[in-house]
Design a protein around this ligand. Structure first.
Ligand code: ADE
Length: 309
């Protein structure tokens, strides 16, 4: 149960890594495509002031049983003179957000992406109880969004970026945290209202709200209804633009109780209609009424089995 397992200290040699290409940047730092001997890896480079997030992310990756097909594979952490590195598996396709910007999705692609993404989230939320040191606690992601879902070559998804994640070990408090974290446009109404309870179930339901928005992003880029797919837009981009303030989001999501539009013509397709109903179950205003990740996973896998056209 060593939280710094896989972390290299100053005086240890670094892995032989050659940075190749800058692939993404965000508030945490940069993500590079890199070579590590014969393997291609991703290196997230963070400034020293992000040390808490760098350590927290490794602590989550190093929990027992965190190796899963739908969770990004962690390689290790390194301290460099200038900054902090987090090394993971690299996925050429990049994030679901990037893919949806440039591509629409067929029904079978939509099913594959949605089902594998939700399988990863359901696994993250689950506690796998074996021995005390070998148990995987339930983990809430707290920044679930299409930029934090990566796509593998076969279009299965894996969940990345655990810098804000919280683990829930039985009998222990999840530790110091505050409620207003994550990305504004994906914040559930109870976060925007400042009215969350700091219990496991409350955090998992917040992830489910964000998951509903990501499923909507997928649905909005479907190429299976009789009309061409819409241009890609982030959730609430139409209503709140590209840089919504907290007040913008509070007005839309809490006061007006608005959600992204589900277009009528999507509902003509029997599969999309059921995905849309599931999305509405994810982003319910009443957090306690939201469907769980395992329930969404089961619905999607049944749907793709019965409607695999
Ligand atoms: N963007 C962020 N993380 C990535 C990764 N591991 N592979 C490819 N693109 C990424």
């Amino acid at each position: 149960c060593d939280p710094e397992m896989g972390t290299q200290e100053f005086n240890q040699p670094h892995r032989p890594i050659q940075l190749l290409e800058l692939r993404a940047h965000g508030r945490f730092g940069e993500v590079w495509k890199a070579n590590m001997l014969d393997a291609v890896v991703a290196v997230k480079i963070m400034p020293f002031k992000e040390k808490a997030s760098w350590l927290a992310e490794q602590e989550i990756y190093n929990l027992p049983h965190m190796k899963h097909d739908n969770i990004l594979l962690f390689v290790g952490g390194e301290k460099h003179e200038e900054n902090l590195w987090l090394i993971t598996e690299f996925h050429e396709k990049g994030s679901l957000c990037e893919i949806l910007k440039g591509n629409s999705v067929t029904w079978s692609q939509l099913c594959k992406i949605a089902e594998s993404m939700v399988r990863g989230l359901a696994y993250l939320h689950d506690d796998v109880s074996l021995t005390r040191c070998q148990s995987k606690p339930a983990v809430a992601h707290r920044d679930f969004k299409s930029k934090n879902v990566l796509l593998k070559e076969d279009l299965t998804a894996c969940i990345a970026d655990f810098g804000l994640a919280l683990k829930f070990e039985p009998g222990k408090s999840p530790g110091e945290t505050h409620g207003l974290v994550g990305t504004r446009r994906y914040m559930a109404p109870e976060i925007l209202e400042g009215a969350i309870s700091f219990r496991k179930d409350a955090f998992l339901r917040i992830d489910m709200y964000a998951c509903g928005l990501v499923l909507w992003e997928l649905l909005s880029r479907n190429s299976c209804s009789d009309q061409p797919a819409d241009e890609y837009q982030l959730p609430f981009e139409e209503e709140a633009g590209s840089h919504p303030t907290l007040e913008d989001m509070q007005e839309l999501v809490v006061m007006k109780k608005l959600r992204p539009t589900i277009k009528n013509h999507w509902l003509q397709h029997p599969g999309l209609e059921q995905v849309a109903a599931t999305i509405e179950g994810c982003w319910d205003q009443d957090a306690e009424a939201r469907v769980s990740a395992i329930c969404v996973q089961e619905r999607l896998s049944q749907l793709s089995r019965t409607l695999n056209v």
